[in-house]
Each structure stands twice: as structure tokens, then as C-alpha cells.
Design a protein around this ligand. Structure first.
Ligand SMILES: [Zn+2]
Length: 55
């Protein structure tokens, strides 16, 4: 049996699991949507994105 994890914030099923930063006061896993939302809330102005092209 596979245990399905639920997002701590939206309670949605987690497809890609993200762990909250200790400073976020969120105890539990997050889905990608809430994770990016939290990133934006806590680090406004910083663009967190995966970009392999560093030109
Ligand atoms: Zn979520």
C-alpha cells in the first residue's frame, strides 16, 4: 500500500514533494504550488528558478 501524502497548506495530493524551510513555521510537506508561493512570500524580489543556462 502506498501512503499518499497531503500538502500541509492546501491539503492537496502531493505529486512532487517539497520540504518547508525551518523558518517558515510549516510542519509538513508541501506541494510544488504552495512551495513556490511560500518562497515568494518569504523571499520577495528573489527569483527562484531553475536555469541551467547561466549566460
Ligand atoms: Zn499545496
Amino acid at each position: 500500500m502506498t501512503e499518499v501524502e497531503k500538502c500541509t497548506i492546501c491539503k492537496g495530493t502531493i505529486v512532487q514533494k517539497y520540504n518547508a524551510m525551518p523558518t517558515w513555521d510549516v510542519k509538513g510537506p508541501l506541494c510544488s504550488k504552495c512551495y513556490s508561493k511560500k518562497i515568494f512570500e518569504h523571499y520577495p524580489g528573489q527569483h527562484v528558478r531553475v536555469n541551467l543556462d547561466k549566460k
